[in-house]
Design a protein around this ligand. Structure first.
Ligand code: FAD
Length: 307
């Protein structure tokens, strides 16, 4: 019950102001957000890499309202790439981007987002790494997949995300499970209507398994984005049955969630990539993390009340 309410609040400016100003917020946000600036995140990147983990970095932000903000988002990623170049991690540190932050929802947004993301993908390729396009709400996906296809003409390693809760996703997975493609499968984090998305959690899990099987049996590179222990072991089993070696798929989890599991999978020889978000515009990202686990909300409420 709480999840959908929190997701609705994630779109409210009033709630954004309240949550951002609440005492104790910073302490809870710090669990999920690795820092506010690139200087703060660099030591964390080093630390995770030293532990044998890989990264996908996300400069948080979405739902922008001006073209200037979309340029600022592009520049924030270019600044990050300049720092990654010094770290020499190559594809061990890639990036995740939300096209809404690159202007997708503004007038002429499809072209604007493509124009903003292209130099980021180019700069990433120049230092031996790549970019994955996150999946946002269902209304944005046709544009995201079209931009993905366009970018792949020059940068075939560009990845994208598909969401198990959407009815359309099995078809998307079949189309994307081709040689050279990199596809992250997740359950889905947005509030979506019943016309387009499965609402029942157990049914979403079943869809996840069906879609993951399509990816594993295909010729692309599946990226299993989940903290769910059942899906992780099913993922391992599907990979084994498909005859995949350990470096022919990977696991991905979010920074701040099940950290001991990141290390366990890496120690078993799996590629384990930590989605590491940083930046100042953390509100939408943070609220989705609260919605995924209502216990987080209790912890958050307690930290406000005890300040
Ligand atoms: P769940 O059943 O939600 O969780 C399984 C267990 O993991 C829980 O019991 C709990 O122990 C732990 N857990 C999960 N979430 C939390 C949390 N927030 N706080 C504390 N513990 C938690 N969604 C999109 O819509 N688009 C994307 O582009 C996208 N990218 C993602 C990238 C990565 C690497 C990951 C891991 C997730 C991404 N998501 C994205 C979010 C995803 O859709 C789910 O909302 C999220 O992963 C929770 O689902 P789960 O598979 O972990 O399973």
């Amino acid at each position: 019950m709480l999840g959908p309410l929190i997701l609705a609040a994630s779109r409210s400016d009033k709630m954004r102001r309240f949550v951002s100003a609440a005492p104790g917020t910073k302490q809870v946000v710090a669990r999920f957000i690795a820092g506010e600036t690139v200087d703060q995140v660099v030591p964390i990147i080093r630390d995770l890499a030293d532990k044998g983990l890989e990264l996908t970095l996300d400069v948080v932000g979405e739902d922008i309202t001006t073209v200037e903000q979309s340029y600022a988002a592009r520049d924030a990623y270019l600044e990050l790439i300049a720092r990654l170049k010094e770290l020499e991690l190559g594809e061990r540190a890639e990036m995740s981007v939300k096209l809404s932050m690159f202007g997708q929802s503004l007038e002429g947004g499809h072209e604007l987002a493509l124009a903003n993301v292209r130099p980021v993908v180019e700069a990433a390729a120049a230092i031996g790494t790549t970019v994955t396009l996150d999946a946002e709400d269902h209304t944005t996906l046709d544009s995201m997949f079209a931009i993905h296809e366009e970018l792949r003409k020059d940068f075939p390693q560009t990845g994208c995300v598909i969401q198990a809760y959407l009815y359309r996703t099995e078809d998307d997975a079949r189309r994307l499970a081709a040689a050279g493609s990199r596809v992250r499968i997740v359950k889905g984090a947005y509030k979506e209507p019943a016309e387009v998305a499965i609402q029942d959690k157990a049914e979403i899990d079943k869809a996840y398994v069906r879609i993951l099987k399509i990816l594993m049996d295909g010729e692309g590179y599946p990226m299993i984005g989940s903290h769910d222990p059942r899906l992780i072991s099913i993922g391992q089993e599907l990979a084994r049955r498909a005859g995949r070696k350990l470096d022919e798929y990977e696991f991905q989890m979010l920074y701040g969630i099940r950290g001991e599991e990141h290390l366990r999978l890496a120690a078993e020889g799996h590629r384990m990539r930590v989605y590491t978000a940083y930046g100042t515009d953390w509100y939408g990202y943070f609220m989705r993390r609260l919605a995924e686990k209502p216990a987080n909300l209790l912890f958050f409420a307690r930290s406000i009340l005890t300040k």
